[in-house]
Design a protein around this ligand. Sequence first.
Ligand code: NPG
Length: 366
Amino acid sequence: MKLEQVELRRIHLPLVAPFRASIGTLHHRDVLLVHVIADGVEGWGECVAFGEPFYSYEYTDGAHDVIRRHMLPLLLAQREVRAEDVIGILTPVRGHPMAKAAVEMAILDAELRVDGRSFGDFLGATRPAVDCGVSVGIHERVEDLLRTVEGYLADGYKRIKLKIEPGHDVEDVRAVREAFGDILLQVDANTAYTRTDAQHLAELDEFDLLLIEQPLPEEDIRGHAELAQVVRTPICLDESITSAKAAEDAIALGACSIVNIKAGRVGGYLEARRVHDVCAERNVPVWCGGMLETGLGRAANVALAALPNFTLPGDTSASGRYYAQDIVEPFVLDGGTLAVPTGPGLGVSPLSDALEQFTVSVELCR
Ligand code: NPG
């Protein structure tokens, strides 16, 4: 395809409620959308970086700048661009996986719309719908936490993930276990602990959790391997798994037995599929992580989550978990599942009124 023009659009989406994690509290999403026109067909990509560099070094303004000044010139100079070539063309730009993923996603969307293929069909989805979990932020008061969890269980979510941090971990999990019995339950520390917390984290073993996600810093692969010898609950990695190679190494080193796959974190949906395949070859189950995506990223994630080795419910929640109004037709939970879009490309497109309502800026690059 010939890339004819690229629109970099910034949207500001308020959250229905503040979302507190160990690394910070979100009140809204500052999202960069990449909108391409190639061979006369449009394609949409969503950059999952947050407004502030607290989950990773990437952040929305940085992604916007690196795409505009360093990535688009490389792509616009190409006579022909295919999605499978994007990461190679962008090799001169070091890092910035979330920015690269957004660009690749937009070009892949356009390509698949031309081919009349859905994301799910292209990626290798084997299910028409995916089981959905939900991520629950840290609550100062246990009674508020229990009320939030009760609401999500009533919505039909098949798995609860609790954000934890020192001071909000063992007792919060105990309260949820005692209140709701044997629900599918896991925790996410977002790197909030250190190797010296091993015995404390082992206190979570009594609660029969599915996993403990990313307890230690991103780069502490050895620490996670040592922790896995002390804690019986399976260790799942998120921030540490930046590529298929990183997944292979972490598994070989015993640092994790479950992997959270986020296309943005690994540089795109093509690499995400490679992470899936590496884990499947090693009998390591995976699940689809979330970054509070709009319905555009959500559509791609639901398609990805339908691949065969995604055997655990993902953070593929309904649009309404975060947004009163999505920028596409909202994803609505049906019996704890979301249907995989079947239309060409993402299978969804922005609702122009909603998109305009939340747009902060639009920049055209040729
Ligand atoms: O449901 O999209 C979602 C969000 C799921 O908890 C979630 N995302 O670490 O995976 C994460 C995480 C996150 C949320 C990270 C807020 C940082 C801030």
